[in-house]
Write a protein that binds this ligand. Structure first.
Ligand code: FAD
Ligand code: 2HG
Ligand code: ZN
Length: 468
């Protein structure tokens, strides 16, 4: 291995092959997985990535690509063998091109998502991918996980926002698919193989992204309900009234909101009395603020009159809109601060969400007295974060030991409702074994055939995505 490391240093420079102080790279955001990397390698550009991957192939060294290291399932954390390198994309952070006329930008994989959103805004464009980790996750990681976030309702997942890709294949060749085309039916659309492949098929080094006209106005409201069924009715009503202007619809249980208020005391006050369920919703468009406000408020008044919502708080300023959004965006961090929780990132058909919640909550309470489900997520996409915090007083190791049993309770209902056991976070090393339970043998076999064809030496992010 010293031979490999000295050659890596010759390629990248001594300061970009790190073998000490690796804690920030070796542990995941949740603090759930800690690996022992052989080294953290920080190439500067696509050519250096290609040279490093070629070197790894020659020495049979496994590669764990890492972007912002915000994976929810240990996707970017190596194993404990001390034989795998972390390939950090952070230095590939250039914007190669931005074209307002084409509504595209060509960017390197290590660009931080928020930086790209801001860049698009400077050109009066919108890059609509938006998620709580946007200040640190990187576009390469977003593409590798096909990230979702809070505007999928209107703009789709990351997959829908990528026009072209540049990928270093496991043998070190550079596959250039960096076209900015809206139409291109010339055989298999290879970029889609790499989107959502979690670093198991190659290293994404650059992408052509879609841009949209920048919104000139936005309307935001927080609504309160007794039941998720009411929230679903509101979704239908608002989409009918607002059409394509409706961009986000986020469900939150009272426990989710209360957790944010506990750990982020500066959070805004909401309603005079507690409600079991809330929704944060948003509409935006390119027209006048007053016209958007009028349509939004009229729709919400109709919802109030018909008892679809019990109460509503409409943001009266951009500052208030941001405050309301912080309640939603801080749930993940608040639950992390609260301690052990068993996460689920599930999807069912949108219309089945209320039935799903009504079926699973009693099952959990029957199995564990005092259990604290923190249910929230992207109701408009049928995607819930059904995260279960430990019963009060139960120790973290004790609760973690219940993971498989809790998973079966939740995921068997998901399977029965033709849902997905991982809607937007991917599988990593947390959920890859669930494939064997919830995917057909043929699906897994076809995935393995793709993996073997592109990475016959199985060097790319082993132990992730596919079951071991
Ligand atoms: P990393 O964590 O570094 O890596 C993720 C995976 O991608 C790993 O398998 C890694 O090997 C691979 N990878 C990374 N870069 C590359 C590359 N260039 N080429 C090939 N493979 C690569 N996710 C959502 O979908 N929606 C949300 O709303 C959401 N909210 C979040 C909120 C918080 C507070 C946090 C901490 C996370 C959230 N996430 C969410 C999860 C996470 O942010 C996303 O999965 C994100 O896309 C990961 O990006 P990253 O750069 O941090 O990737
Ligand atoms: C969100 O929607 C993220 O906030 C994180 O996907 C979900 O922490 C989670 O489970
Ligand atoms: Zn989410």
């Amino acid at each position: 291995m010293s031979d490999f490391l000295s050659q890596a240093r010759a390629l990248l420079g001594d300061t970009h092959v790190l073998t000490s102080d690796l804690a920030g790279y070796a542990t995941d955001w949740r603090g759930k997985f800690t690996g022992v990397p052989l080294a953290v390698c920080r190439p500067a550009d696509t050519q250096q990535v290609a040279a490093l991957v070629t070197l790894c192939a020659a020495h049979s060294v496994c590669i764990v690509p890492q972007g912002g290291n915000t994976s929810m399932c240990g996707g970017a954390t190596p194993d404990s063998s001390g034989q795998q390198i972390i390939l950090s994309l952070s230095r590939l952070n250039r914007v190669r091109d931005i074209s307002p006329l084409n509504n595209t930008m060509t960017v390197e994989a290590g660009c931080v998502l928020q930086t790209l959103q801001e860049l698009a805004a400077q050109h009066e464009r919108l890059f609509p991918l938006s998620l709580g980790a946007e200040g640190s996750c990187q576009i390469g990681g977003n593409i590798a996980t096909n990230a979702g976030g809070v505007q999928v309702l209107r703009f789709g997942n990351t997959r829908d926002l990528v026009l072209g890709l540049e990928v270093v294949l496991p043998d070190g060749q550079v596959l250039n698919l960096l076209k900015a085309l809206r139409k291109d039916n010339t055989g298999y659309d290879l970029k889609h193989l790499f989107i959502g492949s979690e670093g198991t098929l190659g290293v994404i080094t650059a992408a052509v992204l879609k841009l949209f006209p920048a919104p000139r106005s936005r309307a935001v409201a927080f609504a309160a309900f007794q039941t998720p069924q009411q929230a679903l009715e509101l979704l239908g009503l608002m989409r009918g009234a607002m059409g394509d202007r409706f961009t986000a619809f986020e469900l939150m249980s009272n426990a989710s909101v209360a957790m944010v208020q506990r750990y982020f005391p500066a959070s805004p006050a909401l309603f005079a009395m507690p409600y079991p369920w809330h929704v944060l919703m948003q509409a935006s468009d390119g027209g006048e603020q007053s016209a958007l406000d009028n349509a939004f408020q009229a729709a919400l008044e109709t919802a109030l009159e018909h008892g679809v919502i019990d109460d509503v708080l409409i943001a009266t300023s951009e500052a208030q809109a941001k405050e309301l959004w912080m309640v939603r965006e801080n749930i993940s961090e608040a639950q992390q601060l609260d301690g052990a929780n068993i996460k689920h990132d599930i999807a069912v058909p949108v219309s089945s969400v209320p039935a799903f919640i009504e079926e699973v909550l009693p099952l959990l309470h029957a199995a564990y007295a005092g259990v604290r489900p923190v249910v929230y997520g992207h109701l408009g996409d049928g995607n819930l974060h059904f995260n279960v915090s430990s019963p009060a007083g139960m120790s973290t190791p004790h609760w973690q030991a219940e993971t498989d049993r809790v998973n079966v309770i939740v995921l068997d209902v998901v399977a029965r409702m033709q849902g997905s056991f991982s809607a937007e976070h991917g599988l990593g090393q947390l959920k890859n074994h669930e494939m064997a339970m919830y995917k057909t043998p043929l699906e897994i076999d076809v995935m393995r055939r793709v993996k073997n064809a592109l990475d016959p030496k199985l060097l790319m992010n082993p132990g992730k995505l596919l079951p071991n």
